[in-house]
Design a protein around this ligand. Sequence first.
Ligand code: 5GP
Length: 190
Amino acid sequence: MEILKQRILQEGVVLSDQVLKLDALLNHQVDPMLTMEMGREFAGRFADAGVTRVVTVESSGIAVAFATAYEMKVPLVFARRKKTLLADPDALCERVPSFTKGIVTDIMLSRQFISPDDKVLFIDDIIANGDAARGLIKIIQRSGAELVGLGVVVEKSFQAGARTIREQGIRLESLVRIMSLNEGKIVFDE
Ligand code: 5GP
């Protein structure tokens, strides 16, 4: 997505060789027009997959997942980061390490909003090592729903997450691939 590359070059801030701050576009502020375009792009790529639900993890995935679900005219379900230790017998839970926060969080999705009849498209903001994505993929698999694929806005292809998920046979589509952040420079993978 050329327009997204331009915006990332203009508004992204390279924090280190590993981390790109995208607060202006994805993680703090959201541009509704650009986000709707991302949603149209994902909806187009997965148009023939028979998607019945779009799923993401709160919070940064929600805007683009909403845009995708809106285009596909299906519900959006977001996994919640669990803030309570109270057991919910109806919930599917996974523990995932957070790349940016350096902590472990529990994510949960109620069985009320995902069923074995569903064909699920998982949308997320950024994939790095893939821990967050693997957590939600496990939840989707345990629900009995079919995972038709994963759409991520930014794939950092110098980290292993996207590759290992594709190696599992899961279709993963990204809108931009970044192959390096070395020396403060954003280099896209064409
Ligand atoms: P993973 O679990 O794939 O290692 O990391 C995924 C999550 O960590 C993403 O959903 C995103 O919120 C955050 N993350 C990973 N790398 C970056 C990065 O370079 N920049 C930002 N802003 N967030 C990142």
